[in-house]
Design a protein around this ligand. Structure first.
Ligand code: SF4
Ligand code: SF4
Ligand code: FES
Length: 243
């Protein structure tokens, strides 16, 4: 048997997993199963957020298991559920920004510790996002946090109990309503693009399970081959198995 392997730990248990695989794929290949209500595998839903540390390094970091590749020496810890609930808030209020800040007054307690920035798997400047909200700079804060997938890792680390993911999601609601209210007619070029995307979606919906699997596998291969530093698996050489 010939394979490239890296050594990791998951919840304290040692594994040797396939180099070049995403964390989710690598762990599933050695028998770990994940239970998710929904799970996109595209870096969108945030349900695969995990915490890790490399060897003896002190920093705890965050990752999305479907997007992050395994690295030798990773110690990964599962985060099965992060209790974090959006509070009642009406985005249609006359003054939604003021209401948002009243709903989450702890925003003003941010002490710049940066723990949120360190753990965010999307490398969002959460600290400044929170500062932006506190200063009523909604557009800037929404812009800076546009990649947020609401994984909740930042609220897990925040020492003053700020839950950035909830504030970001509810602020997005305010922002979307503002956009919808000022909406201008869709230009012809955008309409054509929309029609093209709808046709593509219809085509995908009609595909058989087998064709979908083939297409997904080929896409996955393309992504892996494009990943910087990824070495193609060669089953005939480079066998480095150790305990
Ligand atoms: S919830 Fe927090 S840690 Fe997760 S992506 Fe959003 S800002 Fe980053
Ligand atoms: S973890 Fe909390 S207190 Fe620390 S910078 Fe982030 S939001 Fe502020
Ligand atoms: S499974 Fe959705 S972000 Fe990873």
């Amino acid at each position: 048997m010939t394979r490239n392997l890296v050594k990791i730990r998951y919840n304290g248990i040692k594994y040797q997993v396939r180099a070049g695989a995403t964390v989710l794929n690598a762990l599933e290949e050695v028998g770990v199963s994940f239970i998710h209500g929904t799970s996109c595998r595209q870096g969108i839903c945030g349900s695969c957020a995990l915490i890790y540390r490399i060897n003896e390094e002190s920093e705890l970091l965050g990752l999305l298991g479907c997007q992050h590749f395994v690295v030798d020496g990773m110690e990964i810890m599962s985060t099965p559920h992060i209790p974090s609930k959006e509070r009642n808030f009406d985005p249609h209020d006359q003054n939604p920004i003021e209401l948002l800040l009243q709903t989450y007054p702890e925003i003003n307690n941010c002490n710049d510790c940066n723990a949120c920035n360190t753990i965010c798997p999307l490398e969002i400047d959460v600290n400044n996002v929170i500062k932006g909200f506190a200063k009523w700079e909604l557009n800037e804060a929404i812009d800076m946090s546009s990649k947020c997938v609401a994984c909740g890792l930042c609220s897990l680390r925040c020492p003053v109990n700020i839950m950035p993911e909830n504030i970001i999601m509810q602020a997005r609601g305010v922002f979307n309503i503002a956009i919808a209210q000022s909406m201008v007619p869709i230009p012809n070029k955008a309409k054509k693009e929309l029609a093209r995307e709808t046709m593509e979606l219809d085509r995908i919906c009609l595909m058989s399970k087998e064709s979908l699997t083939l297409q997904a596998n080929s896409l996955r291969r393309e992504i892996l081959e494009g990943f910087i530093g990824y070495e193609k698996m060669d089953s005939e050489k480079d066998f480095q198995e150790s305990d």
